[in-house]
Design a binder for this molecule. Structure first.
Ligand SMILES: [Fe+2]
Length: 332
């Protein structure tokens, strides 16, 4: 109801007083009175240090039940970037039920959920038995999924290989910033091309999206990474940026491959992995079925819905500790 343009920019605070309940009462020169809780001012203070939360151990410290435990799980995903639930019943679509605890599933060109199982003529290399290099899913979308869930339905003991690979690329990128500041800047400025152009499938797809590999906020902090080499299209940038881009790209790719932070694990039936698709790279080692089956079922959750759930539960449960960096894209 307020017309901002009608507010006189020269108005000033004439008098300030603090109430017993820690509210500031402000008397303004245009005679209106403002009431602002001190907690609000502390939370949004411009001069507070910008602290990146430490990777913590919310989950192991938690001794809560029900919703509180659920919130602890969500916070753990938010802080650590990845979490594995054990002994999740290996029934069809359990993965979507787990996702729906957070929000409706984010559908994609692979449907509501997808099955990662080796097939003879796969429409995606994931559906073969080949080695899968580190990547993020659906980066050619403008709205790439925030969270990915992968549920191990079957992993027969005769299957050789097929270990899952995970890497927190925020750590890689922070180290890269220190070692190669010029290249880091290039990768945060010059847009890569991500594309999925595939007409020989039941429902043809043609998606192209340009964005830098490293996304920074106004404080130059990393808020998300875009990394999906198999889905990169022709670079389409100013000529003077081409060589700069490829030099930086090559160094960053080497930093990923040589990172000491790579996690390798073999999923077991009942394991349900959930990870931040803008921060955690995933891949897998080649496998040989030996007559057995390796079957993962997966789906996605929109990051905005996840953020909303964390905030709502946190406020409803009386857990008022400020949540920072939810979903990477913002710091409040
Ligand atoms: Fe993937």
């Amino acid at each position: 109801m307020i017309d901002v343009s009608a507010i006189d920019p020269s108005i000033q605070v004439m008098e300030v007083r603090l109430t017993d309940s820690d509210d500031l009462i402000l008397q303004w020169s245009d005679n209106h009175i403002g009431e602002i809780p001190l907690d609000f001012l502390r939370l949004y203070c411009y001069e507070q240090p910008n602290s990146t939360p430490e990777l913590s151990t919310y989950f192991s410290k938690a001794s809560f039940m029900g919703l509180v435990l659920f919130l602890a799980w969500l916070k753990y995903i938010n802080t650590a970037g990845v979490c594995i639930l054990k002994n999740v019943p290996t029934e069809d679509q359990t993965v979507t039920k787990v996702a729906e605890l957070i929000s409706p599933v984010q559908k994609s060109i692979y449907g509501t959920s997808f099955d990662v199982v080796s097939t003879p003529n796969p429409i995606n290399v994931a559906y073969s038995s080949a080695h899968l290099d580190f990547h993020m899913d659906l980066i050619y979308y403008e709205s790439a999924p925030g969270l990915q869930l992968l549920h191990c339905m079957r992993f027969d003991s005769c299957v050789e290989g097929g270990e899952s690979l995970l890497l927190d690329i925020f750590h890689v990128a922070e180290n890269f910033r220190r070692s190669y500041p010029v290249e880091f800047h290039t990768l945060s400025r010059v847009p890569a091309t991500f594309q999925k152009i595939h007409y020989e499938r039941e429902s043809p797809v043609h998606m192209i999206y340009q964005k830098p590999h490293i996304m920074l906020n106004h404080r130059h902090e990393i808020v998300s990474i875009n990394w999906a080499p198999a889905f990169e299209g022709p670079l389409s940038v100013d000529p003077e940026d081409v060589e700069l881009y490829y030099e930086a790209y090559h160094k960053f790719a080497a930093a990923i491959q040589n990172s000491p932070a790579i996690i390798e694990l073999k999923m077991k039936p009942g394991d349900l992995m959930i990870f931040n698709n803008r921060r955690i790279l995933h891949g897998r080692k080649e496998f040989n079925l030996n007559g057995g089956v390796r079957h993962l079922q997966g789906c996605y959750v929109n990051i905005d819905e996840f953020k909303s759930k964390v905030y709502v539960l946190s406020n409803q449960l009386g857990d008022k500790e400020p949540i920072k960096r939810v979903g990477n894209q913002c710091w409040f």
